[in-house]
Ligand binder design. Structure first.
Ligand SMILES: Nc1nc2c(c(=O)[nH]1)N[C@H]1C(S)=C(S)[C@@H](COP(=O)(O)O)O[C@H]1N2
Ligand SMILES: [Mo]
Length: 222
């Protein structure tokens, strides 16, 4: 857990246990692959118009002036960006759909922030950097391959629908990885670590899939 920010709330142990139970029972699995050329909704998902809040129960409150993002590990140029340094980067805007493994999807979310493709051009991962570990202020981690992290619409988002990201949704800055279930999209992002060997994160070690492609129903296992 972070010591430089205040943490509100306490671990939702019941919710965490229920989600582990879902992984054991294969909840929401349809057994059908999705066809993204035909459908908007991946298998087993339903559309919502609101935006639910999901986390472990701890919502860090990080004032802009204390914001710091560290990118380190196997990169040529490690960085620590404060809020001004983030704002000095070229801005990016992407619109994408959210697919949560608890089966809700939300269409057309507008994200403003800094494209991860730009971040990669700044830090320059070394050839042996095959994976990233995303570290958050609530102690949460998740993992991606560098190849998946490098997808063109992955963004360090500070705004949603033109407004600053609220702290319940992971502000000041969260990651958004549209091609996977939303648990890969770290809220309250504080550190991006490039590593040679994969390191499964919070949900990945609790029965959730290592990649999480909603069109493959990669909800659980492996
Ligand atoms: N730091 C952090 N990031 C997180 C989580 C979390 O508990 N902590 N939960 C993940 C899960 S399971 C989901 S579904 C989404 C929820 O994001 P939202 O609350 O903005 O909808 O955040 C993901 N990122
Ligand atoms: Mo989730």
């Amino acid at each position: 857990m972070s010591d430089d920010t205040s943490l509100f709330g306490k671990l939702k142990t019941k919710l965490i246990e229920r989600k582990q139970e879902w992984a054991r029972e294969g909840r929401h699995l349809t057994g059908h692959l999705g066809d993204r050329s035909r459908d908007r909704l991946p298998p087993g998902q339903h559309e919502v118009r609101t935006w639910p809040v999901l986390d472990l129960g701890i919502q860090p409150k990080i004032p802009m002036e204390k914001f710091q993002l560290t990118v380190d590990g196997l990169v040529e140029t490690p960085i620590v960006w404060d809020w001004q340094a983030l704002m000095d980067q070229p801005p990016a805007t992407f619109i994408s759909d959210i697919h949560c493994v608890t089966a809700w999807s939300r269409y057309d979310n507008r994200w403003d922030g800094v494209a991860v493709s730009h971040l990669l051009s700044v830090v320059k991962p070394k050839p042996e950097a095959n994976h990233v570990v995303l570290h958050s202020h609530d102690g949460y981690t998740t993992n991606l391959t560098v190849a998946n992290f490098s997808a063109p619409d992955v963004i360090l988002a500070h705004s949603w629908e033109g407004e600053p990201l609220t702290s319940e949704h992971g502000g000041p800055v969260r990651l958004v990885v549209p091609q996977f279930y939303f648990w890969k999209s770290s809220k309250w992002l504080k550190r991006i670590e490039f590593v040679a060997v994969d390191k499964p994160g919070y949900w990945e070690v609790r029965g959730y899939h290592n990649e999480g492609d909603p069109w493959n129903e990669d909800r659980y296992g492996r």
